[in-house]
Design a protein around this ligand. Sequence first.
Ligand SMILES: [Zn+2]
Length: 142
Amino acid sequence: MMRDRLDRDKIEELIRQAQESYRNAYAPYSQYPVGAAILFASQRIFCGCNVENASYGLTICAERNAIFQGIATGERLLRAVAIAVPTPDPAYPCGACRQVMREFAQDCPVFLVSGDGRRIETNLDALLPHAFGPEFKQGQGE
Ligand SMILES: [Zn+2]
């Protein structure tokens, strides 16, 4: 299983960066800051926070913000995801973010962290079972 090769220190670093990232969230409308950190196959970590907009529908989640930053620098494979919030309960990623994660990983560990440090450890396949992914597009004209 992929998890076995995940360095424990790297996971701690990933969670720490997710916790730092929610401090930069721009969430004046929801007052619900979220931070995400993504460990990519290169072992680089990219971070993101939610960025809201007066035109609400333009808001981007922390998870997609972080993933897209990695993709923009050439990353293509997620190794682990951490999502942190300051609230008493950890937050699960929304459906859109689960689908975007699935574009860049068949499966990977996902760590959800609350404001007091409580953790839920799950994985992408559990969050988005029977997923539609890029492999279904193979064979279609490129
Ligand atoms: Zn989302």
